[in-house]
Design a protein around this ligand. Structure first.
Ligand code: FMN
Length: 164
């Protein structure tokens, strides 16, 4: 009962779970780069809301009030990327304006993502899977001057910056 009330208090009326403010560490960018490695086996443990906050803020968090500029750059500040996270309790969309996550699917789809990723089983075991998508219509900045190939590059470029 108490848990139910807590979850209700964290959600807005629109099924939004507000995330805590991101927490910063003292590690330098160089130290992060030196320590970075791809890892494919995980603890059997869900991520905390604080960890989720830190990851999503780093990916697409808003860091400027006037124009809504974000942690990751974007060609023309068009921000084509939408970030989803898949956890045991469902699929959620990150809403940068609210620094919150909104539930889109009420079931665990990590196994389906693992199958879609050529059967890489470790994806189903991850406490959280981050899915990066792009809304293509957001990127043609100026159709008569921006060739199609360049717009496509903008989406992949933004995606690369975010992953970094
Ligand atoms: C665009 C891209 C796609 C990748 N796809 C996969 C993947 O599907 N499965 C996987 O296990 N690793 C994937 N990797 C991670 C690479 O295998 C990994 O970066 C490489 O082996 C070097 O190891 P490191 O990241 O620990 O330095 C991918 C990396 C990049 C940049």
């Amino acid at each position: 009962m108490l848990f139910g009330l807590l979850v209700f208090a964290m959600m807005g009326g629109d099924n939004m779970v507000k995330l805590p403010a991101p927490q910063f560490t003292n590690m330098s960018v160089e130290e992060c780069m030196e320590a970075r490695r791809s890892v494919r086996s995980y603890r059997d443990q869900a991520l905390s809301l604080q960890q989720i906050s830190n990851i999503l803020w780093a990916a697409q968090g808003i860091t400027e009030d006037r124009y809504g500029f974000r942690t990751a750059p974007s060609a023309g500040a068009t921000y084509p990327l939408e970030i989803f996270i898949a956890k045991e309790d469902g699929l959620f969309r990150y809403v940068p304006e609210a620094h919150g996550i909104k539930r889109e699917i009420d079931m665990d789809i990590r196994g389906d993502i693992a199958k879609a990723a050529l059967g890489q089983r470790f994806i189903a075991d991850a406490g959280m899977v981050v899915i990066v998508t792009a809304i293509f219509e957001r990127t043609p900045l100026c159709p008569e001057h921006t060739p199609r190939s360049r717009s496509t590059g903008f989406r992949f470029g933004a995606s690369g910056c975010l992953s970094r």
